[in-house]
Every structure is written in structure tokens, then in C-alpha cells.
Design a protein around this ligand. Structure first.
Ligand code: RVP
Length: 497
């Protein structure tokens, strides 16, 4: 037995001391870009993300819809692995079908669908255009499109069918799947179109909308591959990896990540080695989670593309109470950062670190990045948003979204927790988080805060921030002071009765 001399500390036990802010430190000059995968020191990584945020490998978080929204603003999602291999591969394919500026996964109806239902489905999804296919399924034969401009329920009646009001394919300007975004926009402006269907083998591949023209400019940071398709990651486990990895690679996943609460194991090393033997550097596999330098070194030596840090800090996590394993996120991160930097010096290979779990507010993210994390993995943060797959519901006048841990009975993710067949005990809870709006608005706000912190510290990129940040542990007393809240009380009004 050995007891480490240093106490286990969390991210909220530190503050940053401002550095000199120069004229260069403007919001436009601040680059939050981060390497996602291992690379030689001084060289460019195979994948870099413009926003250092990735979404957690969780059922309640990383759906294709969220993955698209996050890739559009420069991050990456990891589609969860607690599902059948074919279903996970289908989720990956759904994201990869999105080329920046091209929409897919739109509302699809059959020619027999009543206008009342078309109208309701468009309103529910806040869309303006539905696609009409022979079968009514997204992969059915393309027949035409129908938008809110093509019918009026009072004039045409709710029981009239979509087929009678749609704009049929023969009268539409369409484009082949090889069309580039600038060619598509050219066609839109030339033919005064509001929508351009892109077809492949008689089926709809995607839509380009005129009203997205501005969005193409808005999503200038999007994470895209060489073919301008949005990037997406996928979780894997160390059990069925020989089947799951090839299926995910075939579906087009850009990066994979082992999903485990404790990643310091021969099983993880074997999984990473398998991917390296089969695909070399083409299929990067992140590993973890770890909380000390020894475990980092072990996984880096095995060839991990990045290493995830954090055990027991997640908002829905009860691992520390159930098993007694874990470490405060700050102590874990600082230990692993030291090992990462030593590894880079010794081998010339930089293995990025992902800080995962327990980041309760944006200042925790700033702290993790200052301490040396390259990017941040978030569960609760994304679960609160419109794009997460969980239900939104009202409780006592407040809107919430469901959020449950992968170690909860609801998730039944026994592969992640090393339990076999059936979960004997839980390591996570099933609850609700306050609803917080759209991913775009939230990520832009977080980016603005991180940028502002870096400006205060005199850094314009994350590498400089890692090198120059000055942190100070806070005493319990000053910690209390920081957390002091001003209570807004209405003065009591005497009714005079
Ligand atoms: P948070 O962002 O604090 O919600 O934490 C998310 C992280 O918590 C995940 O990326 C994962 O590492 C961990 N997790 C997921 N499920 C559970 C659990 O049920 N204990 N923990």
C-alpha cells in the first residue's frame, strides 16, 4: 500500500492569475483550435478541431442530430456504443451524409400522406420543406418536395394528399451527388430556387436550401473531412472490437474512442493494437479513462490517438461512492499532463489529452485547458440542449431534459463498466437537467467566455495558454467568498390589512 502525498483536488479549487494583455489579444486573434489525434511534435495532426469540445459517448447525449450540430460549430461527437453494431454504424452514416451546407434527414412523407399530417410534422420539426418519396421512407424513390408555400390547410383541406400538392421531380431543377456547395448555390441563384434536391440513383442524397446560404457562412468553423463531409467519432469497447471497429470504419467514422470508466487495462491496449495493426494511423483510437501518469504512459505506448482523463467526476456518476476509485479532476489532469509532456520530449510524439466529466461551468473548461487539456468531453452540457436525443419535459413550470449515466440501470452499459451480462450494481444516476436552448447559442457563448479568459491571461492560442497560464489553489475561505450569492428579495409590502 502507498499513499500519495498530494491531496486530490477538483477544478473549482483553482483560479487563474491574469497575464499581460497586449494589442494582439483580440477575440478575432484567439484560436481555440486543438489537435484531436497523436502527431509528431511540430507537425500538423491528422485531425484538428476548431472548437475544443467533444460530446460524451452516451445514449442521452450523442445522437446523429447532436453530432451534426456540434461538427457544424467545430467540435466532434462520439456516437455511443451501447447499441447494436449495425445501429451505431447507421448513426455514423447519417452524420457522414451531411456535407457542410447540404441537409439530409429532412421530414419525409409518402404521396398519400394527408396535408394535415405534413403540416404537423413540419411544425414539430420547425422545417419548411418535406421530401416526398414513393415509400415515405428517407431512402425511398424520390418523387418531389412539398413546402408550406405549396398548400394552405383551409384552402386545400387537411385530408388532401401530399402527392396532389407537391412539386413533382419532373418540374424541379435537381443536381447530381457530385455537385459542390458553390455549384449548388450557383444553381439556386441562377434559377431563383428556394430549394435544390441533390439526387443519387433516383433517391434523395441531400437538399441545399437558399435560406441556409447565410448558415454556410455562420458555420465557417465546421469540422469536415477531405470531402467536406462533417466529421464524427464513435465509441467502442474492448469486447466486440474486432467486429465493431471494421463496421464503424466502413460507415466512415473519423475517429474512435474506447468507452470505459477505467481504461488502465490490457484489454484497452489490445484493442488499440488491433486497430493499429489493421489500419495503421488511418483509424485513430482514443483510450481511457485514466487519472495518473502511469496509465497515460501505458496507453500512449500502446498507440492511443488521445487519452481521456477523469474517473468519477461526471455529473451523473457514482463510481467514487460505489467502488472507491477516482481522483479529483485537477489532480488527475496535472499528473497526466506532466506525463504527456515528458512523453512528447522523450519520443517526439504528442498525444492529446481529453478532460472528461464534471465540468460544471465554463470556468471549469477554461481551467482544464489552462492546466494542459487539449479538448474537453461533456455530457451534461450537451444533454441540456435541443439537439440531444432525450425527452424535454416540464416540471413545476420549468423545462428540463432527461439525462442518465451509462452506469445507470436505464443505460445497461455493462461493457463500459466491466460487468458481464447484467448490471449487478449501478454507477450512475437517471435524472433531469435544466433545458438550455440550442447548441449553437450555447457553444458560441462558451467560446466567447474561453476567448475572454485567454485574453485576460495574455494567450492567443491553446499551446501558449498551456505554457503561460498561472494558476493558484484557493483556500476554503476564498472559495466560499467566490461562491457568495446575492439574494434578490422583494421588500415585504405591508398590505395594510
Ligand atoms: P458530465 O459532463 O459531468 O456529465 O460527465 C460526462 C462523463 O461522465 C462521460 O463522458 C463519462 O466519462 C462519464 N459517465 C457517463 N456515464 C457515467 C455513469 O453512469 N457513471 N459516467
Amino acid at each position: 500500500m502507498k499513499i500519495l502525498p498530494e491531496i486530490s483536488r477538483t477544478l473549482s479549487e483553482y483560479l487563474l492569475i491574469p497575464g499581460l494583455t497586449t494589442e494582439d489579444c483580440t477575440p478575432e486573434n484567439v484560436d481555440l483550435g486543438a489537435p484531436l489525434v497523436r502527431h509528431r511534435v511540430g507537425e500538423e495532426p491528422g485531425i484538428r478541431i476548431a472548437t475544443p469540445m467533444v460530446s460524451a459517448i452516451m445514449q442521452a447525449v450523442s445522437s446523429p442530430t447532436l453530432a451534426v450540430a456540434l461538427a457544424q460549430v467545430g467540435g466532434v461527437s462520439f456516437i455511443h456504443q451501447n447499441q447494436q453494431i449495425e445501429d451505431q454504424a447507421a448513426d455514423v452514416r447519417a452524420v457522414k451524409r451531411h456535407k457542410a451546407g447540404f441537409r439530409s434527414g429532412e421530414v419525409t412523407v409518402a404521396p398519400t400522406t394527408p396535408l394535415g399530417e405534413v403540416s404537423r410534422r413540419l411544425a414539430d420539426t420547425e422545417q419548411g420543406v418535406a421530401v416526398v418519396t414513393q415509400s415515405g421512407e428517407a431512402d425511398g424513390e424520390f418523387l418531389g418536395i412539398i413546402s408550406l408555400d405549396d398548400f394552405h390547410l383551409e384552402r386545400h383541406g387537411a385530408f388532401e394528399t401530399a402527392g396532389n400538392r407537391m412539386r413533382g421531380r419532373d418540374g424541379l431543377v435537381t443536381a447530381p451527388a457530385t455537385v459542390s456547395l458553390s455549384e449548388a448555390n450557383e444553381l439556386i441563384w441562377q434559377h431563383h430556387l428556394d430549394v435544390l434536391p441533390v439526387l443519387e440513383d433516383g433517391r434523395l442524397a441531400s437538399l441545399v436550401l437558399k435560406r441556409d446560404y447565410q448558415a454556410h457562412k455562420t458555420y465557417h468553423r465546421a469540422s469536415v473531412d477531405g470531402e467536406k463531409r462533417l466529421r464524427v467519432g464513435a465509441g467502442i469497447n474492448s469486447r466486440d472490437f474486432k467486429d465493431r471497429i471494421p463496421a464503424l470504419v466502413e460507415a466512415g467514422a473519423d475517429v474512435l474512442c474506447l468507452d470505459s470508466s477505467d481504461g488502465y487495462s490490457v484489454y484497452q491496449a489490445r484493442t488499440v493494437e488491433f486497430a493499429r495493426e489493421e489500419y495503421g494511423d488511418d483509424v485513430p483510437v482514443g483510450a481511457g479513462n485514466v487519472v495518473d501518469g502511469r496509465a497515460f504512459r501505458y496507453l500512449a505506448d500502446a498507440g492511443a490517438a488521445f487519452v481521456k482523463v477523469g474517473i468519477g467526476g461526471g455529473a451523473i456518476c457514482t463510481t467514487r461512492a460505489q467502488k472507491g476509485i477516482g481522483r479529483g479532476q485537477a489532480s488527475a489532469l496535472l499528473d497526466v499532463v506532466e506525463a504527456r509532456d515528458a512523453y512528447a520530449q522523450e519520443t517526439g510524439v504528442y498525444v492529446p489529452l481529453c478532460c472528461d466529466g464534471g465540468l460544471l461551468n465554463d470556468s471549469h473548461m477554461a481551467m482544464a485547458l489552462a492546466m494542459g487539456a487539449d479538448f474537453i468531453m461533456l455530457g451534461r452540457y450537451f444533454a441540456r440542449l435541443d439537439e440531444s436525443p432525450s425527452r424535454k419535459l416540464q416540471i413545476g413550470g420549468q423545462w428540463y431534459k432527461e439525462y442518465w449515466g451509462e452506469g445507470s440501470r436505464r443505460a445497461q452499459n455493462e461493457a463500459r463498466y466491466g460487468q458481464r451480462g447484467q448490471m449487478v450494481f449501478e454507477e450512475g444516476v437517471d435524472g433531469y437537467v435544466p433545458y438550455a436552448g440550442s447548441l449553437y447559442d450555447n457553444v458560441e457563448r462558451t467560446r466567447a467566455k474561453l476567448t475572454s479568459t485567454m485574453i485576460s491571461c495574455g494567450s492567443t492560442n491553446l499551446r501558449d495558454f498551456h505554457r503561460d497560464a498561472v494558476l493558484v489553489p484557493v483556500s476554503a475561505e476564498s472559495f466560499k467568498q467566490t461562491g457568495a450569492e446575492v439574494q434578490l428579495r422583494r421588500p415585504t409590502v405591508d398590505s395594510g390589512e
